[in-house]
Design a protein around this ligand. Structure first.
Ligand code: SF4
Length: 438
């Protein structure tokens, strides 16, 4: 086990340190509350609703909108049961449900949950995997809210998609909501007009990252736009540039900037749209000259990585191979050896010659798992501070046990359903993406 592995194991499997104590990890942890159960953040029946917050971890300082879903407190017996006992109950419920159930686990989930997943992958791989199990009545998605929505959009009739903790959202996805994106669109179309140019390209095409609500996917579906993932963002932007003079890219500025820059778009052709300001804080000329208008959103997990961390990793080992996720800031991607999606990072590790040293810039649970699965390499996280995704953290074995035992009793809890009035348009945007070939 790497030192990172040991630190996270200690952090997530031991009780919270007493007041005044801190975890003993080499770089520390970003919040000692990570050792608490996430139910401390849930709504208590009869009590005033808690202030919306993402909880401990990387998004802790992000502003959670009032619309952030709330999880009602699960029965006390689940909260009090030790993890090994919960694991035994999950196994038993899973055996009882058999083929009626499929469990999906995102790479960024904790091991205590991922061990039960029938499929482990990134958000889109998982949504696609769920379509291969049309026999399963219940799709339990151990990821975050937008992923469960996507699985519901692609689900077969009669399938129920369940998110074990409804408060497992995504702070990046929450940074673009349908009202502020619609307001942006109105301002841009007022500025650009709606007439195509001589090549038939419309003034602007909306592109949303998979990490967005179904309402925003539907927004794109209705306006000739499309969805992208971190694996296919370049091919999708190419598709959009064939049809539009410009792209409005949301919610992650970094994925949009890094991808377009690699395609030759200048940084001065990518103004940032701040939804709190008129014209997004830009003058109309900058927007007219834009190739990509970037929404002011970010992932707090990936925004923690810095060029200084890369310099430190290289000082420690000049041969280290630095790979970062394209949700990292552009100066981090520029300083790294490679940038790619979670799937890209996984493949790079799997195909490297034994003895390779990696410094990886992505979520700690994934880096830790790669280090465990590949003892032939030396794998460390670029960030010395242990700081997992706050919203993935909200899924704990207690919630998984609760949803599965409810299903055994015939009760479907925490079902995520995309409203019918947005589902068709959202599917249109997803289908356009599926038709794009890199
Ligand atoms: S890692 Fe970032 S983008 Fe992914 S769910 Fe967490 S906050 Fe959202």
């Amino acid at each position: 086990m790497t030192s990172v592995t040991i630190q996270v194991e200690q952090l997530l499997r031991t009780p919270r340190p007493r007041t005044g104590e801190t975890a003993t990890a080499a770089g520390g942890v970003c919040d000692p509350k990570l050792a608490d159960g996430p139910w401390a953040l849930d709504a208590v029946p009869g009590a005033p609703l808690p202030m919306p917050e993402y909880g401990p971890g990387s998004s802790n300082a992000d502003v959670a909108p009032a619309s952030t879903p709330v999880q009602q407190q699960i029965p006390a017996e689940y909260r009090r049961t030790p993890v090994p006992e919960l694991e035994a109950r999950i196994r038993a419920a899973r055996a009882t449900l058999g083929d009626r159930l499929v469990i999906l686990g995102h790479y960024y989930q904790r091991d205590e949950v991922v061990q039960f997943a029938d499929f482990v992958g990134d958000s889109f791989q998982l949504a696609q995997q769920s379509t291969t199990r049309t026999d399963a009545e219940f799709v339990v998605f151990c990821g975050v809210h937008f992923m469960a929505e996507t699985a519901d959009l692609l689900a077969s009739p009669g399938q129920s998609v369940i998110l074990p903790n409804l408060a497992a959202g995504c702070s990046m996805a929450d940074m673009a909501d349908i009202d502020s994106v619609s307001a942006c669109w109105d301002q841009l179309t007022a500025l650009y007009g709606t007439e195509p140019d001589e090549q038939g390209r419309v003034p602007v095409i909306p592109v949303t990252y998979m990490n967005s609500s179904a309402a925003l996917k539907a927004f794109c579906g209705d306006r000739g736009g499309i969805v992208c993932t971190s694996s296919n963002a370049a091919a999708v932007l190419e598709w959009a540039f064939q049809r539009g003079q410009r792209v409005l890219f949301f919610p992650d500025q970094h994925l949009g900037r890094n991808t377009a820059k690699a395609m030759g778009v200048g940084l001065d052709e990518m103004p940032l749209w701040d939804p709190r300001k008129p014209l997004g804080g830009n003058d109309s000329q900058a927007l007219t000259d834009a190739r990509v208008v970037l929404w002011r959103g970010w992932c707090s997990v990936h925004q923690r990585f810095t060029p200084e961390q890369i310099a430190g990793a290289r000082a420690a080992n000049p041969d280290v191979r630095v790979i970062v996720h394209p949700e990292c800031p552009v100066e981090v991607v520029d300083a790294a050896d490679e940038a790619g999606s979670t799937q890209y990072i996984k493949r790079a590790v799997e195909t490297a010659p034994p003895g390779t040293a990696f410094a990886i810039g992505t979520e700690i649970n994934m880096v830790r798992r790669l280090a465990e699965q590949h003892p032939e390499h030396t794998i460390t996280c670029l960030d010395p501070v242990i700081c997992p995704c706050s919203t993935m953290y909200r899924i704990h074995p207690a919630y998984l046990a609760w949803v599965l035992e409810s299903l055994v009793r015939g009760e479907v809890v925490n079902q995520v359903r995309v409203p019918a009035d947005v589902a068709d348009s959202a599917r249109t945007a997803l289908q356009r993406m599926l038709a794009v070939r890199p």
